[in-house]
Ligand binder design. Sequence first.
Ligand SMILES: [Zn+2]
Length: 169
Amino acid sequence: MNEWNVQKPQKTCFICTKEFIAGDTLYSGIADAGSNFIRKDYCTICWGKSSKDDLFSYWKSVIPQKEEKRKENIDAVIDFFKELISNPEWDENRAKIKYILSLILLRRKRLKLIKTFTKADFDVMVFEKSWDGDTVDVRDPKINEQELDTLKIQLEQLFDCEFKPETQN
Ligand SMILES: [Zn+2]
C-alpha cells in the first residue's frame, strides 16, 4: 500500500480549526449529544476560553511524534464511565455503551464481577468499582456481533485509541 495515502486526517481544534502537530498539547472532551456522544479536540488557548458545560468528561494529551495505534487512556475511560453511571439509564444506546465500557474496565481490572442475576429477561452484572469500592449494576443489552464491532469502533474514535481484543478467556 502507498504510504502517502494511508495518513489519518489531521486533528484540528474544534474552535479555531488550528491543525495540531506532533508535540502539541491538546484537550479532548466528549460532549453529550442526546443518545450519542461527540468528541471535541481543543488547542490550549481555546480550551482556556471555552465553556466545558457541555462536556461529559475530558482529558489532556500530547500529539505523539509518529502516528501509532494508541493505547487507551484508562483514566479517561473511567471518568467517562463514572459520568455515564451517575445518570439514570434512559436510552438504549447509552445502555450499550455502558455495557461495552464495563467489559473493557473488567479486562483492565478496574471493575470486578461480584455476581450476576436475571431481571425482566435481562442478565444483570454487578461490578465492584476499584476507584470507590461501590457496586454498579450493568444490564447485558444483548448486542449482536456486528453491532458490537460498530460500537467498539465508535468508542475507539471517541477515545482516539485501540481497545485491544480479548486476551483472556
Ligand atoms: Zn483553538
